[in-house]
Design a protein around this ligand. Structure first.
Ligand code: NI
Length: 255
């Protein structure tokens, strides 16, 4: 089945997994129905790379920020430098940033850097892309405190948390995990999330949906995630792709 209007709200095409054929892949990706990709930085170096790709491809946009796993060797003026590069016309969000309690990274430092980036997104009037891994409580506390325009990417919380986030005006993005076995919680979220707050993503090169689980993921594989969510919601896959692409353009202020 051929689909179009595939908008990938979260990818990492700077990852070394793409080194062999990155530009060949991206040169052809529109022919597979992909209409938009937001490439997410994890630090200042990848932010530059994300901007380079966004300059090269009309359909690519950049999010710039510090991922909680990339807080070592941050320059002391990191926030000013982030603010400066975010002025680029293809930068559509601050991110990805957030909290990751899966890894043993000092939580105080994570919270401090996340909080600063939340405030920066408010100052710059840019949306925020949030990474929340096993840190639902602290993530929601900070989002409640500042109420940024946020997207919780690869959402892994409960239906209750999703409802709380939606009430605050936030968006939810779902990826390949919805196709995995034992994905009951995320399937419940996929069923319950208001359709106008749902975005689709890959987190490429990771999190490839079934039947590609464990393999390198690219944005065209979203169709498998979309087919699964459309089935859960009892709707046409193309309609889901159309609506989620429109949501992405609204969230990221892309015309
Ligand atoms: Ni990511």
């Amino acid at each position: 089945m051929d689909y179009n209007n595939i908008f990938d709200a979260h990818a990492h095409y700077d990852d070394a997994w793409f080194d062999e054929d990155r530009f060949k892949l991206l040169d052809n990706i529109q022919s597979k129905g992909v209409c938009g990709i937001v490439n997410n930085a994890v630090d200042l170096k990848t932010a530059q790379t994300c901007i380079e790709y966004a300059e090269k491809y009309d359909f690519m946009y950049a999010a710039v920020g510090f991922h909680p796993e990339n807080l070592n060797d941050m320059p002391s003026d990191y926030l000013n430098r982030l603010a400066a590069i975010s002025k680029h016309k293809k930068v559509v969000a601050i991110g990805e940033t957030g909290l990751d309690y899966h890894w043993d990274i000092p939580r105080d430092m994570q919270k401090k850097v996340f909080e600063k980036q939340i405030k920066l997104s408010l100052e710059l009037n840019l949306p925020l892309i949030v990474h929340d891994r096993e840190a639902h409580g602290d993530t929601m506390d900070l989002l409640l405190k500042y109420r940024p325009k946020a997207l919780i990417h690869c959402f892994s919380g409960s239906v209750e948390m999703m409802k709380e986030a939606v009430k605050l005006g936030m968006y939810i993005s779902l990826g390949g995990a919805v196709t995995f076995k034992n994905a009951r919680r995320v399937i419940d979220v996929a069923r319950e999330v208001p359709i106008d707050r749902l975005l689709l993503e890959t987190d490429a090169p990771y999190m490839a949906p079934v039947p590609f689980r464990g393999k390198r993921c690219d944005s065209s594989m979203i169709l498998h995630t979309a087919e699964k969510i459309a089935e859960i919601r009892n709707m046409e896959t193309q309609r889901l792709l159309d609506i989620t692409a429109e949501n992405a353009r609204r969230f990221f202020n892309i015309n």
